[in-house]
Design a protein around this ligand. Structure first.
Ligand code: KIV
Length: 256
């Protein structure tokens, strides 16, 4: 089994089939994903909801993210691990961002970081890359801007918004990002961006014509009490299965 590097992920742009990526938030799930030979694991700030029980990605802190990044990298021996920079860990200043991203790389042992935004974070991407930290971009629906976007909605539906997302993706590529997540944009727009830029696009809720696809671990397994988003690829209902096993355990103990 190969150990995936940034170059391997970039090369996947030119492979004949789309590649899978998925989130993971702990040692065991990272081991499973790694054994399944998934090229890229994102320790997403979706951990804010999936692990810590907050209502959006906004509250999760650097400390909370660092703990789980460390456990995921212990479990992932082959997949490339990308750590998601939480809200306000990179926006305030380049210095603060480098310190926080450095923690993910040095202490968390991640190989790269992800930040949300386009043209306005190109400078941030450039500074990270110049300092040896690979960056995955993220445009379209950027959940850390939940309030600014007035909720989770498809982005890029108007001509003007679509043009901005294209411009943002190109800016990220120019700044040195090794790939870009396209979240919840129209399929045709995702396809256009995928054709226009030379780095891999990784779609979520953006149609099947991206270079790769990413999903949230809990959504794929149905491992959450709340309803997954429409675009989730749910293969099981593990919440119900685990609940019935735990109930069985309870009953066994109670009946000696
Ligand atoms: O935090 C996350 O899980 C993400 C993916 C949905 C791309 O950003």
């Amino acid at each position: 089994m190969i150990k995936f590097t940034i170059q391997h992920i970039k090369d996947l742009k030119f492979s004949k089939k789309p590649f899978p990526a998925i989130t993971a938030y702990d040692y065991t799930s990272a081991q499973i994903v790694d054994e399944a030979q998934i090229p890229l694991i994102l320790v997403g700030d979706s951990a804010s909801m999936m692990v810590y029980g907050y209502d959006t990605t906004i509250p999760v802190s650097m400390e909370e993210m660092l703990l789980i990044v460390r456990s995921v990298t212990r479990g992932a021996k082959h997949s490339l691990v990308v750590a998601d920079m939480p809200f306000l860990s990179y926006q305030p200043s380049i210095e603060e961002m480098l310190k926080n991203a450095g923690l993910f790389i040095k202490k968390g042992r991640a190989s790269a970081v992800k930040i949300e935004g386009g043209t306005h974070v190109a400078k941030h991407v450039g500074a990270l890359v110049d300092n040896g930290i690979p960056v995955l971009g993220h445009v379209g629906l950027t959940p850390q801007s939940y309030h600014q976007l007035s909720g989770y909605k498809i982005q890029g539906k108007t001509q003007k918004d679509a043009q901005k997302i294209i411009k943002d993706s190109v800016a990220l590529q120019k700044a040195g990002a090794f790939g870009v997540v396209l979240e919840c944009i129209p399929n045709a727009l995702a396809e256009k961006i995928t054709q226009e830029i030379d780095i891999p696009t990784i779609g979520i809720g953006s149609g099947k014509n991206c270079d790769g696809q990413i999903q949230v671990f809990h959504d794929v397994l149905g491992y959450s009490a709340s309803k997954p988003p429409k675009h989730a690829m749910q293969y099981d209902n593990m919440y119900t299965s685990v609940l019935s096993l735990i109930k069985k355990y309870k009953a066994d103990i109670e009946t000696k």
